[in-house]
Write a protein that binds this ligand. Structure first.
Ligand code: GUN
Length: 291
């Protein structure tokens, strides 16, 4: 049976470390880190993610700046808001929750965030540096950073290993593959046009699943002893639940946990770590300003 990686517990440990550092900074400089969380419109999933981010800030002593804009806001007004946050000395991190409404060009907005405040790590220059050898971005994207942190805190070495990333999104799959490459893994990306993904996944010492397909990866696809990090958060109907649904990952946990060496559960694996990495990035941004 696999070791189940307790993301909630690891996240709690790191959050305590961050809270301690925030207290020390506050005593030394009389200032605390600040994170601006910008949300456009009222998508339920985005509101829930943004709520978690703001709540976590409050718990750790990080000041959150809450910017809630209507669905119809123009691209230029959103960019004006970003510019104001760029020059606000109390704001050390800016996060624009994605996806944005269709009439707004996401890349254009993300490109306007000051590089030193890009705590999501989505600015094209930060992503570009992530893709280049011997260059370091100012911030690493939160979910891929969470995956690597879970592997390293579980004692899984990456160097020289065969890693397979399932999914190629800008937010998770692509940056996760770049981070694994930086950590000296041999990386393959499997995506929706890959033929026979199972034969490729079966070769992997490390699997990062970020396809958004409920329980797509079966136990028989996993190499015995592999480390499996499941980023998927899929709601599936479940009439036995009060809510009518339950969350499952991209991996069939019951089957895969009998084969893998390590595995993250859903929920309670990568999710709690992603918000924690955002807070960590905000702390880093603030330290660069204060010190
Ligand atoms: N939407 C889904 N995941 C993310 C994330 O990590 N950051 C932002 N800004 N939006 C998201």
């Amino acid at each position: 049976m696999a070791t189940v990686i307790d993301g909630k517990a690891v996240a709690q440990t790191i959050r305590s470390e961050i809270a301690e550092e925030v207290r020390a900074l506050s005593q030394k400089y009389g200032k605390v880190p600040g994170l601006a969380v910008v949300i456009v419109g009222n998508r339920k999933d985005s509101q829930s993610y943004v709520g978690m981010k703001r709540k976590a800030c409050a718990e750790l002593g990080i000041k959150s700046f809450d910017i809630d804009l209507p669905e119809q806001v123009s691209e230029s007004d959103l960019i004006k808001q970003v510019h104001q946050l760029n020059v606000n000395p109390d704001v050390h991190g800016i996060l624009v929750q994605l996806p944005l409404p269709k009439h707004i060009n996401e890349e254009k907005v993300l490109s306007e965030i000051s590089l030193g405040k890009d705590v999501d790590g989505f600015h094209p220059l930060n992503i570009g540096k992530l893709a280049m050898k011997d260059r370091d971005p100012l911030f690493l994207p939160c979910t891929p950073k969470a995956c690597i942190e879970l592997l390293s805190r579980s004692g899984v070495s990456i160097k020289g290993k065969k890693a397979v990333v399932v999914g190629r999104s800008n937010i998770v799959g692509l940056p996760a593959s770049l981070l694994l490459l930086k950590a000296d893994a041999t990386v393959t990306i499997v995506h929706s046009r890959t033929t026979q993904p199972e034969s490729i996944i079966r070769e992997a010492d490390i699997v990062i699943a970020a396809a958004g397909q409920p329980m797509m990866i079966k136990g028989s696809w996993i190499k015995p002893g592999a480390a499996v990090i499941d980023v998927g958060t899929n709601a599936v109907d479940d009439p036995t639940k009060k809510s009518g649904y339950r969350l499952v990952g991209d991996v069939d946990f019951e089957e895969a946990s009998k084969v893998a060496g390590w595995i993250t559960p859903v929920p309670g694996g990568v999710g709690p770590m992603t918000v924690t990495m955002l807070l960590h990035n905000t702390l880093e941004g603030a330290k660069r300003c204060f010190e």
